[in-house]
Design a protein around this ligand. Structure first.
Ligand SMILES: [Cu+2]
Length: 101
């Protein structure tokens, strides 16, 4: 019983050490909101797919790809300074920019 309690405590600490999100983007009404965010170098952006189950795929050539997603979140950490333009692979008119650094 004591061992079980110790395991539960380790799991709880593991969850709380998840990296912080520096900017949040909501995907809703077939757009990114906000479409532009700024993060420091090493900053993490989290996209939340909240478009009634409509599928989207957040994609920046050679940088990241969320995969096709309808009801979840996607996170990416930006380690290089600069501007990263991205779009939805399914709806190419959905575009956004991450300013890093
Ligand atoms: Cu889309």
């Amino acid at each position: 019983m004591r061992l079980l309690l110790a395991i539960v405590m380790v799991l709880a600490v593991g969850c709380s050490s998840e990296p912080d999100v520096d900017a949040a983007v909501i995907i809703s009404n077939i757009r990114f909101e906000p479409s532009e965010v700024s993060v420091p170098v090493g900053g993490t952006v989290e996209w939340t797919f909240d478009d009634g189950g409509l599928l989207h795929e957040v994609h920046a050539d050679g940088v990241f790809d969320s995969g096709v997603n309808g009801d979840n979140t996607f996170r990416f950490t930006f380690d290089e300074p600069g501007d990263v333009d991205y779009q939805c692979s399914i709806h190419p008119h959905m575009t956004g920019t991450i300013h890093v650094g």
